[in-house]
Ligand binder design. Structure first.
Ligand code: GAR
Length: 201
């Protein structure tokens, strides 16, 4: 079975969806590690409750980004991690880190990339006035929110949507789309050719 490391920074609702999918054997893999960059993240409560190994590492405690990331890589190697699942990890990984796990890192983004990259995608989409937004799961490469797209799902924006109402529907979609993508990933169903991704369901 493949070993997953899930990276989080905050609430961890996507982590929870992945934990549940693993428990229900919808994803046949081990969540070997949760990596978190904040000691107070609620994601840690979820990981502890599920009995998952935790590695908390705050960048402020390191002299630079490279030594911070080297620390993470050391732990990933120790746990023989096959895939890295970024689930609300609000930090940009360097080219060094990405090289260590080339095409083995995936991310979920709460908008239809390449629109609304960055940390405030739901608000940005709403403020822009788009009628359709959604969720993207993509491979992570050196550029921000720009790696090859694996799966996307769209949702309609309603005239009376506020950030919280739209976020609720976006998150609900994430919680099914991400576990589904991870299931394809661990079964080797995702084929990457240049920027093009084919999913052999
Ligand atoms: C999710 O909506 C995820 O798409 C987003 O952070 C949230 C984390 O929620 N990620 C990004 O915006 C990345 N640019 P969670 O901690 O409850 O899973």
């Amino acid at each position: 079975m493949k070993n997953l490391a899930v990276f989080c920074s905050g609430f961890g609702s996507n982590l929870q969806a992945i934990i549940t999918a693993v428990k229900k054997k919808k994803i046949k893999a081990n969540i070997s590690l949760v990596v978190c960059d904040r000691v107070d993240a609620f994601a840690l409560v979820r990981a502890k409750k599920a009995g998952i190994n935790i590695y908390v590492s705050e960048p402020e405690n390191f002299k630079d980004k490279l030594s911070y990331e080297r620390g993470i890589v050391r732990v990933l190697k120790k746990h023989k991690i096959d895939f890295i699942i970024l689930a609300g990890f609000m930090r940009i990984l360097s080219a060094y880190f990405i090289r260590q796990y080339k095409n083995k890192i995936v991310n979920i983004h709460p908008a239809l990339l390449p629109s609304f990259k960055g940390k405030a995608a739901i608000k940005d989409a709403l403020d822009y006035g788009v009628k359709i937004t959604g969720v993207t799961v993509h491979f992570v490469d050196e550029k921000i929110d720009a790696g090859p797209i694996i799966l996307q799902r769209a949702i309609a924006v309603r005239d009376d949507d506020r950030e919280d109402t739209l976020a609720k529907r976006v998150h609900k979609l994430e919680h099914t789309l991400y576990p589904q993508t991870i299931e394809y990933l661990v079964r080797n169903k995702i084929l990457l050719k240049g920027r093009k991704v084919r999913v052999n369901k």
